[in-house]
Design a protein around this ligand. Structure first.
Ligand code: SF4
Length: 318
């Protein structure tokens, strides 16, 4: 990790009590540290808890346990003005640019919503700010008077990004921001995130199910499985030397552009479905699908530990 942490997530838990004594452990003892200016990619299959983790970090959900320290303050203990201040510094960009924009509001009013809530600009200044933000995300000031349905998916996500930027946050949680977009525009939106980070010194938690896409934006990557982190390291190291069998299988599913290499390389096909988080396997949560499972994997949960400098994993093989 480069620099001082702006965000520290310690033993974060988000459990949902579903009645009849059942508990869904969507996020279980998550530990992440993110430095100022860094992009941390959080990946895993759908249902692994990555989006719930993002929503608990930004306090859309209250935590069941653990803590989230943002600039040293425990987010889940903030009240009143302190909470409002936190809401200015951390913003979210959502997956579905169709559902997350109010269809009855003009784009200008959507983008300025944060400015209005926090009383940061009005009149001419507000208009000027909206126009600057549209420009920053590759749109123009004439777009301010239009409605969301007049835009393509990629443009709507740009509007979502402008809305998040309006109150000049330090930290953005981007929850699968490109998954709903055509492949042809995904790279453009990733490049926009990169450009804005450089210009504004932003820090990102970038949530995705696709390891191929997070590689291009992330400094470090965390891989989640059934509510737990199974591996964390730098983006280069994860691709060059994945340690956890789950990460290895995710990487083996990414096609390689060289047809010769692609033809000869070995794919790891995971057997079976992801188990229900309501009834996770004993010991290692990945053991029911792991090609390298051993008897001890059913007996005890592997500890998440640093096995090489800066490279953490939770697996009995190490
Ligand atoms: Fe596979 Fe065992 Fe490692 Fe889990 S602990 S990933 S089951 S080898």
């Amino acid at each position: 990790m480069k620099g001082n942490p702006i965000l520290e997530v310690r033993d974060l838990q988000k459990h949902f009590h579903l009645g009849s004594g059942k508990t869904l452990k969507a996020v279980d003892k998550l530990n992440i540290s993110i430095a100022s200016g860094e992009t941390f990619g959080l990946v895993g299959e759908s249902g692994c808890g990555k989006s719930t983790a993002g929503r608990t970090i930004i306090r859309l959900y209250e935590a069941t346990g653990g803590e989230v320290l943002f600039n040293g303050e425990n987010v889940h203990k903030l009240r009143g003005n302190k909470l409002q201040e936190f809401r200015r510094h951390m913003q979210m960009v959502f997956q579905d640019p169709y559902a997350s924009l109010n269809p009855r509001m003009t784009v200008g009013n959507i983008i300025a919503e944060g400015l209005d809530i926090h009383g940061l600009a009005d009149g001419k200044q507000r208009k000027q700010r909206v126009s600057e933000l549209l420009d920053a995300v590759g749109l123009n000031e004439e777009h301010a008077s239009r409605f969301p349905h007049e835009f393509s998916g990629g443009q709507r996500q740009r509007i979502g990004i402008a809305r998040a930027l309006a109150i000049e946050p330090q930290f953005i949680i981007a929850d699968e921001p490109i998954s709903a977009l055509d492949v042809s525009v995904q790279a453009q939106v990733v490049n926009l995130f990169k450009k804005l980070q450089k210009e504004r010194g932003l820090t990102y938690l970038f949530i995705a199910h696709d390891l191929a896409m997070v590689k291009h934006i992330s400094d470090r990557i965390g891989v989640m499985y059934l509510g737990k982190l199974v591996e964390v390291t730098t983006s280069e190291e994860l691709y060059a030397n994945p340690l956890h069998p789950y990460t290895q299988s995710l990487l083996s599913a990414i096609p390689i552009p060289d047809p010769e290499v692609e033809r000869t390389r070995e794919r790891i096909i995971l057997e079976g479905e992801i188990p229900s988080p309501l009834n996770p396997p004993s010991g290692c949560p990945f053991r029911t699908r792991c090609p390298k499972a051993m008897p001890e994997c059913a007996a005890s949960m592997p500890e998440f530990k640093e096995v090489q400098p800066g490279h953490f994993t939770a697996c009995h093989l190490y």
